[in-house]
Write a protein that binds this ligand. Structure first.
Ligand code: AP5
Length: 190
């Protein structure tokens, strides 16, 4: 079974690209289940009375985030036993205590990804996508901070690859470029 980890700073459009690619993958007879790590974490956090909304989780004490993250990783690894999965998540999470690794060693051990995909865009485009999305309580990051966040994600992705042997694929998702980004993802996974 193939495990693809799809990442990008919040608001870059990783979820949008995953949904678009998944439809095309079905046409290639390459079935993937798209699993949102944040949604599985939210199920765990709700069960434990820690958070009600996904944007609350990155504000929890880092110790709690790690505990919830570990349980979510275990649940997702179980699903990957019988099906190809595309895990929609983050290489790093920007918390008040600093950058938290999205895939620490104890999560990677269960998931064993084949490829880590980084979806990237220009920081000013990401800034406007976040401001336009009224459905979410997204954090404000300046364009400089977004550029640093994307650099941190590249560094984290190569560490995850070093630990697992996964490849790292960078896909650009410029304004209006969802279809091309999805095509690139399909080429990498079909
Ligand atoms: P999660 O559920 O992943 O939410 P998120 O971080 O906000 O990321 P999204 O998936 O909402 O953003 P996206 O980049 O996919 O953008 P979208 O496609 O919606 O995570 C929630 C929380 O879970 C995290 O904050 C963290 O606390 C926790 N978590 C998750 N993984 C974790 C882990 N591994 N460890 C610890 N904690 C973890 O697109 C955004 C907007 O842009 C949309 O309006 C879309 O239409 C638009 N758009 C997209 N692409 C384009 C384009 N090319 N042109 C124009 N507009 C575009």
């Amino acid at each position: 079974m193939t495990v693809a980890v799809l990442t990008g700073v919040p608001g870059v459009g990783a979820t949008t690209v995953a949904e678009e690619a998944n439809e095309a993958l079905e046409e290639h007879d390459a079935d993937y289940e798209v699993v949102s790590f944040g949604t599985v974490m939210l199920e765990v956090a709700r069960d434990e009375g820690l958070a009600e909304e996904r944007d609350e989780m990155r504000k929890l004490p880092s110790e709690e985030q790690r505990r919830v993250q570990e349980q979510a990783g275990e649940r997702i690894a179980e699903r990957a036993e019988d099906t190809n999965i595309m895990v929609d998540t983050h290489c790093t999470i920007k918390t008040p205590e600093g950058y938290l690794p999205g895939l620490p060693e104890w999560v990677l051990r269960g998931l064993q990804p084949d490829v880590v995909v980084l979806v990237e865009a220009d920081p000013d485009e990401i800034l406007f996508r976040r401001l336009d999305d009224e459905t979410r309580a997204r954090d404000f990051e300046s364009t400089k901070e977004l550029a640093t966040h994307q650099d941190m994600n590249r560094n984290a992705a190569m560490s995850y690859a070093t630990l697992t042997g996964a490849t790292v694929k960078i896909i650009k998702n410029p304004d209006g470029g969802v279809e091309d980004a999805a095509d690139e993802l399909v080429d990498a996974l079909a």
